[in-house]
Ligand binder design. Structure first.
Ligand SMILES: [Zn+2]
Length: 164
C-alpha cells in the first residue's frame, strides 16, 4: 500500500468528521419555519398563493436584482406588509435611501421579524424573515443610520405596500 496515501487518509478521515459535526448545526434551511401553525403551508400551497418570483424569494431565500423593485423608490406614507401572509413589517417613516437598490429600513415593527445566521456567501450574514409565516425578507447589516445603526435590506417582491 502506498504509504503517502494511507497517511493522508489517516489525516483526512478524522478531519472530515470533525468538519461535519461542526457544520451540521449551521445548515441553511430552504426557508424558515412558520411560528403560527396555520402558516405552515406546503410547497404547493405557497406556489398557488405567490408569483414565481415572490415564491423564489420568500420560500427559497432568493434575492431580486438590485434596483428592480418599484418599492425601492416608494416614499409615500404607509406600511410595508409581508407579501406571504400580510403581517405589517415596516413603517414608511423607518425607510431610508441606502443607495443599494433594495428597499431599506432602520427598524422593523416590533416582533414582526426574526433572524438567523446564514452562510450562503461563505461569510456569515444575518438573514431575517417574517415572524408569522417564516417567509424570507432580506438581510440585516450594522451599517444603517442612527438611532439603531441597522440596515434591513429587504427584497421588494417580499413586501406589499399599503398606503396610509
Ligand atoms: Zn409573513
Amino acid at each position: 500500500m502506498n504509504q503517502f496515501l494511507s497517511r493522508r487518509t489517516f489525516i483526512l478521515i478524522p478531519t472530515m468528521s470533525i468538519l461535519k459535526t461542526f457544520f451540521k448545526p449551521m445548515q441553511v434551511l430552504a426557508s424558515s419555519l412558520a411560528s403560527k401553525e396555520e402558516w405552515n403551508l406546503s410547497k404547493e400551497e405557497w406556489k398557488s398563493r405567490l408569483s414565481p418570483e415572490s415564491y423564489y424569494i420568500l420560500r427559497e431565500e432568493g434575492t431580486e436584482r438590485a434596483f428592480s423593485s418599484e418599492l425601492n423608490n416608494e416614499k409615500r406614507k404607509g406600511v410595508f406588509h409581508c407579501a406571504g401572509c400580510d403581517l405589517p413589517l415596516f413603517l414608511s417613516d423607518k425607510k431610508f435611501d441606502s443607495g443599494t437598490g433594495w428597499p431599506s429600513f432602520w427598524d422593523p415593527i416590533q416582533g414582526s421579524v426574526e433572524t438567523k445566521v446564514d452562510f450562503k456567501l461563505i461569510v456569515p450574514r444575518t438573514e431575517y424573515h417574517c415572524s408569522r409565516c417564516g417567509g424570507h425578507q432580506g438581510h440585516v447589516f450594522n451599517d444603517g443610520p442612527l438611532p439603531t445603526g441597522k440596515r434591513y435590506c429587504n427584497n421588494g417582491l417580499a413586501l406589499r405596500f399599503v398606503l396610509d
